[in-house]
Design a protein around this ligand. Sequence first.
Ligand code: NAD
Length: 258
Amino acid sequence: MDINGAVALIAGGGGGFGAATARRLHQAGARVVICDLDEAKGSAIVEELGEGSVFVRTDVLDEDSVQAAITVAEGLGPLRIAVVAHGGPGGGRTLNRENEPVAQGDFMKVINIFLGATYNIARLAAAAMAKTEPLRDGERGVIINTASIAAFDGTIGQAAYAAAKGGIVGMTLPLARDLAPVGIRVITIAPGTFLTPAYGDVDPEQLDAYWGKAVQFPKRMGRADEYALLAEQIAQNVYLNGETIRIDGALRFTPKGA
Ligand SMILES: NC(=O)c1ccc[n+]([C@@H]2O[C@H](COP(=O)([O-])OP(=O)(O)OC[C@H]3O[C@@H](n4cnc5c(N)ncnc54)[C@H](O)[C@@H]3O)[C@@H](O)[C@H]2O)c1
C-alpha cells in the first residue's frame, strides 16, 4: 500500500509504540489520528507532528468513543491503516502469598482491554475501510494488532495478559479470512521487551541492562521505532496477511521473564 495520502488511526497513539508509529506513518505522508485516553500524551504528539495529525481523546473500552474517532478519521480521507497499540493493566499471579485466588474481575479487565478492545477496533475500522475505493490488487486497508511474545511464553503472573495476547494471535487468521473479500489485511506484531513508558519510572539504562541480557541479539531492549518500522513495512507490503510476526531479538521468556 502507498502510505502517502492514506489515513491512519492509531489506538494508544500517545504511547511508546503508538507515537513512534504515528511519526513514521506521518513522515511517509499519511494523515494520522492519534487516539488515546491520555490527553497530554496524545496532544504532545500532535503538537510535534503538526499538519496532517489530529488527536481524538478515546477510551478503547467504549464502543461509542472508538466509533467517534473512526468518524473523525473518515472525515480526513480514506481510512486505510488501523494500528492497535493501547496499553492496559498487567494482571497478577493466580494465587497470592496466602494462596487466595486473584479476583476474577481482574482477569476480565485484562481480557477486555487487550482482547475485547482490539476486536472492537478491528470490526469498526474494517467497516469504515470497506466503504473506501479499492487500491491496486483490490486492497482497501490493513489492520495491525499488537500482541506480545507473552502470547507464546507468558511468565509468572501473566496468565491474563498471555490469554489476552494469545487471543489476539488466535483471531488474526480468522479476521484476515473474514475481511479478505473486502481487501482488508490483518497482521499482528508480537514484540519482545521494548523500552517504552509502559515500564513506568524506571531508569532506562537499568531497564535496558536487565532485559537486554536475556535477548540473544542485539543485546538490548527493542526501540519503539523498530516496532514502528515493522508497522510501516506491514502497511507497505500487500502480501503480508493473516500472520503474527515476532520482533524480539530471539528473546524467549523464562518463567520469570529475563
Ligand atoms: N513495551 C513493551 O515491551 C511491549 C512488549 C510487548 C507488547 N507490548 C504491547 O504494546 C502495546 C503498547 O505498549 P507500549 O509499550 O507502547 O505502552 P505505553 O504505555 O507506552 O502506551 C500505551 C498507551 O495506551 C494508552 N491507553 C491506556 N488505556 C487506554 C484506553 N482505555 N483507551 C485509549 N488509550 C489507552 C495510554 O495512555 C498510553 O499512551 C500494549 O498492548 C502492550 O501490551 C509492549
